[in-house]
Design a protein around this ligand. Sequence first.
Ligand code: M6R
Length: 608
Amino acid sequence: MCGITGYIGREEAIFVLLDSLKKLEYRGYDSTGIAILHEGTLTVRKAKGHITVLEEKLKNEQIRGQAGIGHTRWATHGEPSDINAHPHTGVSDRIAVVHNGIIENYLRLKEWLQAREVVFKSETDTEVVAHLIDYYYRQGSGLLTAVQHTLKRLEGSYALAITAADYPDRIIAARKDSPLVIGLGKDENLVASDIPALLAHTREVVYMEDGELVVLYRDHVELMNAQGDHIVRPPSHVDWDADAAEKGGFAHFMLKEIHDQAKALSDTLRPRIKTGEISFDEFDFDEFCGRARRIVITACGTAWHAAMVAKYAFEHFARIPVEVDIASEYRYRSPVTEENDLFIVISQSGETADTLAAMRLAKKGGNRILAITNVVGSTLAREADLVLFTMAGPEIAVASTKAFTTQLMCLYLLALKLGKLHSRIGDAEYRACIEDLGRIPSQAEKILARQDLIQRFASRQFNKQKVFFMGRQFDYAISLESALKLKEISYTHSEAFAAGELKHGPIALVDKDTLVVTIATQTVLFDKLISNIRETSARGASSLVISWEGETSFESVADEIFAIPKTRDCFSPLLSIIPAQLFAYYCSIQRGNNPDKPRNLAKSVTVE
Ligand code: M6R
């Protein structure tokens, strides 16, 4: 997730763009850049790091011009660096492009361009867009036609803003599966990834739809569809304040990030599915993973819970033994490593001290390391042998939500692909699983659309002294994550149990002040769970069951049921965690806490 902005009007663009970019920093902050148009020249400046680094760089320069584009980056292809920062330019350096999204076919386009003697400067997917526009432009197309030809060749998602030295009176922008909003001002027009970047200039906005393109002039805008037909869309008036706008209209980053999940899951999945097959551009999967006779996974906190889900998934699909350990435990063990172990480390930030130490220990022991992280250029990403990036975009709230579900998506893809490689899963089943994963983002949307049910439930239960989560297998892993979410931000005493363990001790804690939340998606174990729920209700506990839509097994034992759309039992963690995240969020609100900044916790735990 990156932030893009464009301006054309009467003010000096450099100041407008820098201000807008500051409002978009929550979308990315590893590098920043601008391109300014002035009397037939295009000035591009960019820098790795926080926006202040770019400001410092520009301090002694006088870059004039009343039109330009800007970008704040969250790296997905290529580490954060001056070269990889946007804008990117074509061969002639007279066309500049900023981009948010992922160009899925960029490697093919790059080869096509290289065969035409185009030399690439960066490692980004975006640079192909700049070169393609430049290529068609050099072939004699006008700027608009060059952009239209280019868009037809792009697969994936994009919000683009484009400037050309030969066209100082306009900026072009286009969108597909990445947000873009036009701001209509007086004698000035803007475009940006999100409303906060526009509010200093206007509250009249036009939301662009997929496939649309806009040409912004100082005094008017021309919106058109993919066929080039002009569209007239009345503007909407924005009355959010700037703070709410930054959170996309949500009260907190955590709630926004819970809602980001449908898109983040799709962004993580889609580029890795090519003609019905799982394919990782990042590495030679067969070579790297094919030799694995055992998988060892280590992580901390929420990422460790993703590892717990992965254990069930790898064993289910690939029939390979999996060992999971908390990184702070692993690093002080004397782990027995085997030559053919595949060592997976999971970390949202890629900077967690214990996780890094565990990885270094495994490396020293001769293991090959595959990292799953959300941050390109993080220490983990740099030190691991191979990296699979989650495409969650920056996660601001301390409590991890979208990073977790996107980690799960990566792990499911690995497990399925390994199962296929070792012929542990048949072709038809494999393809059906991929199709089911493809439905997960829209199923997540359906859960999010019913968040008011969870909000009402939380308003009745937030005062409970104890909240226990229980489940079996995949549901046990999700119980652990649900309990962590709740304790982190609501400060309620919450624990998770493997449901079968209840009678071995924890049931002694159950009384009428206890809420027991049962995650119930493993159909073959429903009878066992029903008995477990009865045992807790008999001791006065109230119960919520999270289970499948249309499932009636729990009606006679649960006080309340929250239904999630049906997918395969083994994929349930991707969905069943969402109501639990919402429950934690609303309990936190009811208790008067700030869910984005829970007490005693930091987003990135870089010390032991
Ligand atoms: O950045 P990491 O994924 O390595 O962080 C690991 C944990 O510190 C993290 O998941 C923590 O548990 C979160 N606050 C959970 O919401």
